[in-house]
Design a protein around this ligand. Structure first.
Ligand code: UD1
Ligand code: CA
Length: 471
């Protein structure tokens, strides 16, 4: 099996090699190699350009079985040239399957069907074809049953042929001897001055060989040739991912606005709301509710938890915990079982113990909060002095009054209290109350004095008695 990944991808207008552009959280080439590896080929050969070591470096991190062998194409002079570079690496194989690293919609099932048909028919080559909504620019497939009559290029196509929506992909199964017999005859007398692999097909047919065609499901999209193509392919991949989760018992309120990466796992009976992004290595448990309008990246959400209108990155949300609306959990945060991070709450590298609540308008950074703690509205950790980050520790069942400034490093003891509005910079012993604020006084007759000084007018620009505040 040979996967082509040495192309430059000029049409993407990108510094990144085309095959490394991401589709649903993984590079295009990763998807292709995953499908390839799934059919257990004897050998997996990836054609790369040594100048672009980023491609082989990336592949090496994916721990594929069988481990891929790399072949250096040197200067990429076309897909035919790339397959020629793999001649030695495929030595001894009866058949060679060729795939393009920029066609990530190919599936293991389609590859199996292609190979089965290829072996059954004994054809010299069998091409994978796809039905496109807009076939403009691709070679049209003219067939008689499962046999390929001809691939007609756009420029040579009559109006009738242009209406054909079946096009040739770059997924080919070849009898190896036939492939390498005709490949040297492929020239580069074309507009791009490239050696085109598809030219092999007409050469084989001219030599009296049979060529088969098998339709594959690319969902109407193909290839990452442009940014538009990348968006089309991503949309098809997304729909497949959502459908697979639905088959496992997950409800999507609006599949079209659910953005779920390929590696994400979701338990049964969970509900994913509209406009929700589940990214990277995210794991959602069973019977969870995530979304609407939520982004969860590289995080774990345990069974029965709820995350709504929030952003969660690099965090763990425990069983039956609740996050949002409008919470931001930053990396290193852990919300234990049944705990809550509520409205307008930001947490960073903070552990919120089981059953504890940070319900409103708080920032907790570098804090360890015990079990059964209540953090009053507006309380924050002052964890950064402009130079260093420092820790706050809050013991079990402590009660932090509203608008407490916890000036780190500081420890609030078990069952300790802080008075609302206190700036707490010293440790509070267990069970004690920390009060840090001026004694309240009452200035009697203040209102009367004030009005007299303003000719009897009510405050706030009002017109005196019964006057309304026009603020
Ligand atoms: C190719 C096919 C076209 C098919 C389409 C399907 C050719 C000439 N055309 O067109 O028939 O309909 O795919 O998507 O083959 N590559 C190399 N070395 C090279 C050139 C390309 O490894 O010298 C790799 C690229 O990295 C890419 C793949 O081959 O993964 C396809 O190359 P690309 O230039 O995208 O071909 P298309 O124009 O899409
Ligand atoms: Ca392409």
């Amino acid at each position: 099996m040979v996967v082509l990944a040495a192309g430059l991808g000029k049409r993407m207008k990108s510094a990144r090699p085309k095959v490394l552009h991401e589709v649903c959280g993984r590079p295009s080439l990763w998807h292709v190699l995953r499908a390839a590896a799934a059919i257990r080929p004897e050998r997996l050969v990836v054609v790369v350009s040594k100048e672009r070591s980023d491609v082989s470096d990336a592949v090496a991190t994916w721990s594929l079985r069988p481990a891929p062998a790399f072949v250096d194409q040197g200067e990429p002079l076309g897909t035919g040239h790339a397959v020629a570079a793999a001649k030695k690496a495929t030595f001894g194989a009866a058949d060679v399957l060729v795939l393009a690293g920029d066609d990530p919609l190919v599936t293991a099932g389609d590859l199996r069907r292609l190979l089965a048909s290829h072996r059954r028919s004994g054809a010299a080559a069998t091409i994978g074809t796809a039905l496109l909504a807009d076939p403009t620019g691709y070679g049209r497939v003219i067939r008689r049953g499962n046999e390929l009559v001809e691939i007609v290029q756009e420029v040579d196509a009559t109006a009738e042929v242009r209406r054909v929506r079946e096009v040739s992909t770059l997924v080919y199964a070849f009898r190896r001897d036939a492939l390498y017999r005709v490949l040297p005859k492929v020239g580069r007398a074309n507009r791009q001055r490239e050696y085109y692999l598809p030219d092999v097909i007409s050469l084989l047919k001219a030599g009296g060989e049979r060529v088969g065609a098998v339709t594959m499901d690319f969902g109407g999209a193909m290839g990452l040739n442009s940014r538009g193509g990348l968006a089309d392919v991503s949309r098809v991949m997304r729909a497949r991912i959502v459908a697979a989760h639905e088959a496992n018992g997950v409800t999507f309120i609006d599949p079209a606005s659910a953005f779920v990466d390929i590696d994400v796992r979701i338990g049964a009976e969970s509900v994913v709301g509209a406009l929700t992004f589940l990214e990277g290595a995210t794991r959602i448990g069973a019977a969870c509710s995530v979304g609407p309008s939520t982004r969860i990246v590289d995080s774990t959400v345990a069974d029965g938890a709820e995350v709504t209108f929030s952003i969660v990155r690099g965090s763990r949300v425990g069983r039956d915990a609740s996050v949002g609306p409008f919470a931001s959990l930053r990396p290193g945060t852990v919300i234990e079982e049944g705990a809550k991070a509520g409205t307008f709450v930001e947490l960073k590298a903070t552990r919120v113990g089981a059953g504890s609540k940070v319900p409103h308008l708080s920032y907790m950074g570098d804090a360890t909060i015990g079990r059964g703690v209540n953090i009053g509205a507006g309380s924050i950790t002052c964890n950064y002095d402009g130079y260093d980050k420092r820790r706050t520790v809050i013991g079990d069942e402590a009660f932090v009054g509203s608008d407490t400034m916890l000036i780190a490093p500081v420890t609030i003891g078990r069952r300790a209290w802080t008075a609302a509005g206190s700036a707490v910079s010293k440790d509070v012993p267990p069970g004690a109350l920390a009060v840090e604020r001026a004694e309240q006084r009452a200035v009697r007759g203040y209102d009367e004095r004030k009005r007299r000084a303003h000719g009897g007018r009510a405050p706030g620009g009002g017109a005196g008695k019964g006057g309304r505040n026009r603020g």
